[in-house]
Design a protein around this ligand. Structure first.
Ligand code: ADP
Length: 367
């Protein structure tokens, strides 16, 4: 652990209690309640306009809370202006000062706090080492790449050892490979320093890669909160299922049920699925299964623990690491299957194939 830069006090727990924001009568954040634990990497994930930034701005203090409250370590922060909240912040557009060199950019929060010169030198150098910019201290913004500028912004956000760092799409302007490297780097810094991070992104892979838990937002409301694997594998509704990746959602009607399993009638087919929530027989619902959980075979299967259906390959798209198939399994029913590219594509367009997927991988969801 780096001894020079670490949160000055334990803590960084955030409680949003029924937080609501109205713009022109519209509830852009609508009664959000969340508890974020100290040291947690917590992402707000959702489509554009779902209220992520507004929620973060209310935590930061740049937007007023119209209803509800934000508590940090058990204290309502409503009356504290942003600079008094003591949070680190990183935004998409770097926002590093062009007229200051890297050292002075990072030193800025310490100078604003009137820290003594030796402390500033020590802390800035340690923060720069942490973001791997130790040898860039005298450079100016124009002499840095986008990724390096973003590292300066991160160093500046952590140099004063905040218990809480808020990040709003900090990697939005970077290209894909650099984004991934920076995700790993930010996560590593957060882990080493033990600070709480609230991270806004619309990129589901980024959220899954970095977060301890994710809140999926839609139209100002929280659809689901959970660990990445949990929300991906066990979405609570069709919105979450679609938003987190490719999803097969076969629409039908519940025709029978047992303890935690139901039968869904989909056209001429019957499939079995686990229940995400209690459901009535006769109710419309969709069977959810991820494309990578469906297997394609040349022969019909019979295993009781699996759903089975035959079909015809309509499309086989070569995507490098996977082959994505679209298979017609009924007059108006097609399924997506992602097969690992472990050799040449074995099924051609027009081929007769058999699909199977485990009942355990199938969930019944309501729209
Ligand atoms: P996200 O970060 O998920 O893209 P935002 O929180 O930025 O969403 O915005 C949520 C909604 O609130 C959007 O419809 C946006 O247009 C609206 N909004 C955000 N800020 C303002 C503002 N200052 N005035 C009016 N409407 C706003």
């Amino acid at each position: 652990m780096n001894q020079g830069v670490r949160p000055s006090s334990a803590g960084g727990a955030i409680d949003l209690r029924g937080v609501t924001k109205l713009y022109g009568g519209l509830r852009v954040v609508d009664d959000i309640s969340l508890s974020i634990r100290p040291g947690e990497f917590f992402s707000l994930l959702g489509p554009s306009g779902s209220g992520k930034t507004t929620t973060l701005m209310m935590v930061a203090g740049f937007a007023d809370v119209d209803r509800g409250a934000v508590d940090v370590d058990g204290v309502d922060v409503a009356d504290l202006p942003p600079q008094k909240r003591g949070f680190g912040m990183v935004f998409q557009n770097y926002a590093i000062f062009p007229h200051l060199n890297v050292f002075e950019n990072v030193a800025f929060p310490l100078r604003a706090r009137h820290r003594p010169e030796p402390e500033i030198r020590e802390k800035v150098n340690r923060a720069l080492d942490l973001v791997q910019l130790g040898s860039f201290a005298s450079r100016f913004a124009r002499q840095l790449s986008g990724g390096q500028q973003q590292r300066v912004a991160i160093a500046r956000a952590i140099v004063f050892e905040p218990r809480l760092v808020l990040m709003d799409e900090p990697l939005g302007a970077l290209d894909k490979n650099l984004r991934y490297d920076m995700q790993v780097e930010i996560k590593e810094i957060q882990r080493r320093l033990g600070m709480t991070v609230v991270y806004v992104t619309h990129d589901q892979e980024e959220a899954m890669n970095m977060s301890d838990r994710i809140a999926i937002l839609n139209r100002g409301r929280v659809e689901q909160v959970g660990a990445p694997a949990e929300v991906y594998e066990r979405p609570q509704n069709a919105f979450v299922a679609r938003f987190l990746g490719e999803a097969n959602l076969l629409a039908g009607t519940v025709s029978a049920q047992a303890a935690d399993c139901a039968v869904l009638r989909v056209g001429e087919h019957s499939f079995r699925a686990r229940l995400a929530a209690p459901i009535e027989t006769g109710q419309p619902a969709s069977l959810f299964v991820r494309p990578e959980r469906v297997l394609l075979e040349a022969e019909a299967g019979t295993d009781e623990a699996w759903n089975h259906v035959g079909g015809e390959v309509r499309r086989a798209s070569f995507l490098g690491n996977i082959v994505r198939y679209l298979v017609q399994v009924g007059p108006s029913l097609a399924m997506r299957i992602d097969a690992q590219n472990a050799g040449p594509a074995p099924f051609a367009v027009g081929a007769r194939v058999f699909l199977k997927w485990a009942v355990a991988d199938s969930l019944l969801l309501v729209e």
